[in-house]
Design a protein around this ligand. Structure first.
Ligand code: DP6
Length: 360
């Protein structure tokens, strides 16, 4: 069992005074959802996700040694241009991780970041963004502490990403990732994500097509949503259910039972939204077109027996999950019956990916 203190870097040597790293990190889509947390970004229940491949953030980190290490400084660029609005979130992230990475105050940083998915597409960039930044920080730490193991590198990267945004810890390494202590998942932890490797070939290159139903700003941020699980009338039972669903879905991922997988995935998506509808204050993030799409998917699945299902994030967009061997048929269905419910007819084709990659 790991504890927080295992990841505090207490000794390091400033062996490099300037340099640059660059990493990409993908977004991920939860199958069993994280909704509700305790202090310090500890999840109220364990979750599991598919790592995506195409929707990612690419972040370059330039660092140069400062004269004194009393305070912390950085510049933030988005697509090469200064972006003041993004700074407070990054500043908050750094404040949370100083205790684990005291060397950060020895350097000035220039962070240059961009996303592969369209800006304001309603796709949250916090998971990919925080993961990409965490990877860069770990590259710096490795330069200062060369003896670290690869396991430590990835575990701490995931831990740092988690402190930026909970779901970001599932965007670091592996195609399928569990985050949160779970009885039936060896090595699972509230502190970082762990890779699940027992995956049946039926899930190889599993597809995720993201239908952009509403690209507007979210009415309720995830952070506020998580808080509403405190004193929520159904919270305890929901947290237990997540443990049960995680146990079940891991077996289905291993045996390749797509039919049973679909039932859990769709139930989890609707449960997430049911939690929002039954909190106080209550809210609805689905739009009429979200429901239109869900009904169309159910009708299509019933008549064709093609195993396509949906999941939702904390928003109106719909993720269609399906095996690679039905890709052409599902894309035809999307183009014929679903694009009309997407804002400006937009959707993004993605699939399961491996996790973060070093670019330089
Ligand atoms: C609905 O990770 O965005 O996507 O930890 O406050 O940054 P913070 O929340 P965040 O919550 C994601 C919630 C979710 C479900 C999931 O990804 O598991």
């Amino acid at each position: 069992m790991y504890s927080d203190t295992d990841f505090i870097t207490s000794s390091y040597t400033i062996s490099v005074t300037e340099g640059r790293f660059q990493w990409s990190a993908p977004s991920n889509i939860a199958l069993v959802k994280y909704w509700g947390k305790k202090d310090k970004q500890i999840p109220a229940n364990p979750s599991i996700s598919f790592t995506l491949e195409n929707c990612k953030t690419i972040t370059q980190l330039d660092f140069s040694k400062k004269e004194s290490n009393t305070d912390f400084s950085f510049d933030l660029l988005f697509e090469g241009k200064p972006k003041e609005e993004f700074k407070p979130k990054i500043q908050k992230f750094f404040e949370r991780i100083f205790e684990y990475c005291p060397y950060l105050k020895d350097f000035h940083f220039i962070i240059n970041t961009e996303n592969t998915f369209p800006h304001s597409s309603g796709i949250a960039s916090s998971a990919s963004g925080m993961a990409a930044l965490a990877m860069n920080i770990m590259s710096l730490e490795k330069a200062l502490c060369p003896a670290m193991t690869e396991d430590y590198f990835y575990q701490k990267a995931s831990l740092l990403a988690r402190l930026g945004s909970g779901s970001a810890c599932r965007s670091v390494k592996g195609q399928v990732v569990v985050w949160g202590a779970h009885e039936n998942t060896a090595g699972s932890s509230d502190l970082f994500g762990v890779e699940v490797t027992d995956i049946h070939p039926n899930f190889k290159n599993y597809q995720d097509t993201i239908l952009l139903v509403d690209k507007g700003e979210k009415q309720v941020s995830s952070t506020v949503g998580h808080e509403l699980m405190h004193n929520h009338p159904y919270a305890q039972r929901r947290f237990e259910q997540a443990h049960e669903n995680l146990t079940a879905i891991k077996t289905l991922l291993a045996t390749g039972d797509i039919e049973a997988f679909i039932k859990i995935v769709e139930s989890e998506a609707l449960t997430l939204h049911a939690m929002m509808m039954t909190s106080m204050p209550y809210f609805i993030l689905m739009k009429p077109n979200t429901l239109e799409i869900i009904n169309k998917i159910w009708a299509f699945r019933n008549t064709t027996q093609i195993p396509v299902c949906f999941t939702l994030d904390a928003g109106a967009n719909v993720h269609l999950l399906y095996p690679e061997n039905v890709k052409d048929k599902v894309l035809e269905f999307i183009n014929k019956e679903l694009v009309g419910f997407c804002q400006n007819g937009q959707y993004i084709c993605d699939q399961i990916g491996m996790g973060a990659k070093a670019i330089q």
